[in-house]
Design a protein. Structure first.
Length: 467
């Protein structure tokens, strides 16, 4: 039996096991890790943890650990190094292979050798406060192998806004790519004698840091982008004064869509869409910051991004694909339709039908040599109003001698305005925005040439309406 396996289930243990594999160059699989491998990792990582910046940061992961105790630090780095090594080797000596059952909280397949507390496992209770623990014991039972893995987990943590992000996923590959991004950076800085702490993408919002990591993970995947990856990201601080935890969930359909969005042919458009989502918190609420093209990068790194937040909260981001004031789109129909199908799980036939109707309305507007109908469609405030405008377009098309109807009654019922359980929530705004997208895409140049575009600057509504 091996010492570890992939995805044993405890987020901190899995992160630690992955950190061990990646520290060893990604060569061993978890079930191939040997005691000698662990010895090698301990010998190399202990001196790193003893560096000043790492010690400062470890205070927020393992408070009161040897590395943070003033009296021990005062004895000098060499002594600190030896003390930590002896602690970790003490755990290492007790490491055994996985069994069938056991009471370890990390693997459930070995017996618990240690009772660990907040100092050794983030977000666990404090020792004497027994009500934090099952069975009123002082701490939670972990086996030596899991205890050691947890000590190494910070190598795969991402720093953001004074907290740490840890990933758990259904995919071992996903955890590997995430951890590799962190460890390659730690090792590369170490080789230049820059011991500045755990990986920091300089994104102070956890959500933005998460999407930064997704981009890195997709780069690692390269052509082998298969499999459904879901991500749970824990943003936490295990500070002595207060422990904090936020949980973010990225569904597989969003990850799949981002794989497309980061491809060379869409990357530029996706960048524009993401940029339009940045908002700065002011006394008056969120303010769009993308209108000022001279903003330095740091402003974005500190700002909330509504595109990212909406994707994590399962809210629509269709509004960010469109610049309504400038009457133009930020991407082509292809990327937009990928978003609608992958993330919003919209049927392809519905997407195609709306595109087709959008084309016909565009032709009708161009033929009429007037943007009146477009203006009306943009300003529609109710389902009834929206229907009326479409009725005007139908009439106009008949006058223009169009050979085919705008849509059939079946198209109308099934694809344009499908029935909803709640009549007040007929998704007419969604359909209207999709039509506007297609009309802007088809007619932006024509609208510009005829003086129907007054604004060129960016402006996007903060969120899409639910209805
Ligand atoms: Zn265990």
């Amino acid at each position: 039996m091996p010492i570890y396996e992939k995805l044993m289930g405890n987020p901190f243990v899995d992160a630690g096991v992955c950190a061990i594999c990646e520290w060893l160059g990604g060569h061993p699989q978890p079930n191939e890790i040997t005691v000698e491998d662990l010895q090698e990792v301990v010998q190399q990582v202990v001196p790193l943890y003893c560096e000043s910046e790492y010690r400062t940061q470890i205070r927020f992961i393992f408070p009161n650990s040897t590395l943070t105790q003033h009296s021990k630090i005062q004895k000098g780095i060499q002594s600190l190094n030896e003390e930590l090594k002896s602690e970790w080797f003490h755990q290492l000596c007790k490491v055994t292979d996985l069994g069938d059952t056991g009471d370890c909280m990390g693997c459930g397949r070995r017996s618990a050798d240690f009772h660990l507390k907040k100092t050794e496992v983030p977000l666990t209770g404090s020792g004497s406060l027994r009500n934090f623990f099952p069975l009123f014991a002082e701490g939670v039972g972990y086996c030596a192998a899991c205890a050691l893995a947890i000590q190494l987990a910070p190598l795969g943590f991402v720093r953001s806004g004074g907290k740490f992000l840890a990933l758990h996923s259904n995919s071992w590959k996903a955890i590997s790519y995430w951890t590799r991004t962190c460890i390659e950076d730690v090792i590369s800085r170490g080789s230049r004698n820059e011991f500045t702490g755990f990986f920091d993408p300089k994104e102070s919002k956890a959500q933005n840091a998460l999407f930064y990591m997704v981009r890195k993970m997709i780069e690692y995947e390269k052509a082998r982008s298969d499999g459904n990856i879901t991500m749970q990201v824990y943003s936490f601080s295990n500070d002595n004064r207060k422990a904090e935890l936020d949980l973010y969930h990225l569904p597989a359909r969003v990850f799949n869509f981002l794989r497309y969005a980061h491809r060379a042919q869409y990357a530029k458009n996706w960048y524009l869409i993401v940029r339009s989502g940045y908002r700065r918190q002011t006394k008056k609420g969120f303010q769009n910051i993308d209108s000022d093209k001279t903003n330095p990068t740091e402003i974005y790194q500190k700002s909330t991004n509504l595109v990212y937040n909406n994707l994590l909260e399962d809210k629509s981001i269709r509004g960010f694909f469109i610049d309504k004031l400038a009457r133009k789109t930020r991407s082509n129909w292809e990327l937009f339709s990928l978003y609608l199908q992958e993330v919003r799980t919209m049927e392809q036939t519905r997407v195609e039908k709306i595109k087709q109707v959008g084309n016909l309305i565009s032709e009708c507007i161009q033929e009429s040599k007037d943007d009146k109908r477009l203006k009306q469609l943009e300003r529609a405030k109710s389902y009834g109003e929206c229907r009326n405008i479409l009725r005007y377009v139908i009439r106009e098309r008949i006058q223009q001698g169009a050979p085919e109807p705008l849509f059939s009654i079946d198209d109308y019922m099934e694809y344009l305005f499908p029935a909803s359980d709640n009549l007040n929530l007929t998704p007419w705004r969604e359909t209207r925005d999709l039509l506007l997208f297609r009309i802007y895409e088809q007619l932006h140049s024509w609208l510009q040439e005829h003086g129907y575009v007054e604004y060129e600057e960016e402006n996007t509504s903060d969120a899409d309406d639910a209805s």
